[in-house]
Design a protein around this ligand. Structure first.
Ligand code: COI
Length: 353
């Protein structure tokens, strides 16, 4: 690996006012792939700087681009850790396959990330609710205009010290069920973490924001009947004391926080069902007083309580708009494992120093 360090480090932002994804560290990792040069080249850690791109760079035209999100933490005893990084890189390779992009060696990606974090560890904020967000991404760089897969890619990792994803922190979010636009359908790219999925969700998100909502709750693309995900997080509901979450049907992201939540809940004797959940079922469960909690799961969102879901102009208010007991317990458990407060029984915590 080539390492070129900055001559002078940037001034750090105020770690008590970070928000999400606004500040970037001093260095980044770049790793080029060129099919004509034998594939993956040597990784390079270098100063964080602009890319120079050919205007015909194919991903600017045809969207061959994918990304991931994971976090690094500094525990109370000074250990630097990441959470399930191998799962992120394995999922990234699956996204790459779906978009006809090159797969990479996961162990090499992991050791490159560890090296980058070692160099940037003073950027890891330590206060509750903060972390160093890690954004690996990859896009096609070959310049051409015919529609076909790129033979060149740039895999990059940038780092951003972050606080809460939502400006209102752990205050329950307000969601509106989207029944006009579609995020994904079976056979599409919904379960890949590709850039286009997020672009496709923006208009609905902006319309929801204008009406005072935080996010959109997407329905399935075929029947507009079943709840799927929120785009920035997977969803789960507590009905009659059981956690139910939409099954992974090919259109939903295989969330790593979703998977962690399911395993932690089951290990503590809380039943979890992965199945289809219709929006009507939620309306009926709410009317009968059986819908007790709703929450989202995601790297950025962590475990995020949902207070209201609006469907066809009617509000489903959950737990009087307050965070529920299982949601609060799960937030504490997941963040506690990530931060070294609870034992890492599942082997998810990856030590770096
Ligand atoms: C993440 O949770 O890491 C994501 O990639 C979601 C993104 C919309 C912030």
């Amino acid at each position: 690996m080539k390492i070129k360090l900055v001559a002078q480090r940037k001034q750090k932002p105020d770690f008590s006012k970070l928000g999400f994804g606004k500040y970037f560290t001093d260095h980044m990792l770049v790793w080029e792939y060129d099919a004509d040069k034998g594939g993956w080249q040597e990784q390079c850690i270098m100063p964080y700087e602009d890319f120079a791109l050919d205007p015909a760079c194919c991903s600017l035209h045809y969207g061959q681009g994918i990304f991931e999100g994971l976090k690094a933490y500094k525990t109370a005893d000074g250990k630097v850790t990441t959470f399930r990084p191998r799962d992120n890189f394995e999922r990234m390779n699956k996204s790459a396959t779906r978009l006809c992009m090159a797969n990479f060696d996961v162990d090499e990606a992991l050791s490159g990330l560890d090296e980058l974090i070692k160099i940037e560890q003073e950027w890891i904020p330590t206060a509750e609710g903060t972390s160093l967000y890690i954004r690996p991404f990859m896009f096609g760089t070959e310049p051409f205009l015919g529609v076909h897969p790129s033979k060149r890619f740039l895999f990059t990792i940038i780092l951003s010290p972050v606080g809460s994803y939502y400006a209102h922190g752990l205050e329950p979010t307000k969601l509106i069920v989207e029944d006009k636009y579609t995020r994904a359908s079976i056979g599409g790219t919904g379960e890949a973490k590709c850039m286009g999925n997020y672009a496709a969700s923006l208009l609905a998100g902006e319309e929801a924001k204008k009406k005072g909502y935080d996010q959109v709750l997407w329905l399935d693309g075929e029947e507009k009947k079943y709840v799927t995900e929120v785009g920035s997080m997977n969803m789960a509901f507590v009905i009659d004391g059981k956690v139910v979450t939409p099954m992974l049907d090919g259109s939903i992201l295989h969330g790593i926080t979703r998977d962690s939540a399911i395993k932690v809940l089951r290990a503590h004797g809380i039943e979890v069902e992965e199945r289809k959940i219709s929006i009507e079922e939620l309306v009926e469960a709410s009317a009968a007083g059986r819908l007790q909690e709703a929450f989202g799961t995601g790297t950025a969102a962590v475990i995020s309580p949902v207070g209201t879901i609006t469907y066809k102009g009617k509000d489903i208010v959950i737990n009087d708009g307050k965070m529920g007991k299982i949601t609060e317990w799960l937030y504490d458990r997941i963040t506690g494992i990530q931060r070294g407060k609870y034992a890492d029984d599942f082997g998810w915590v990856h030590g770096i120093n």
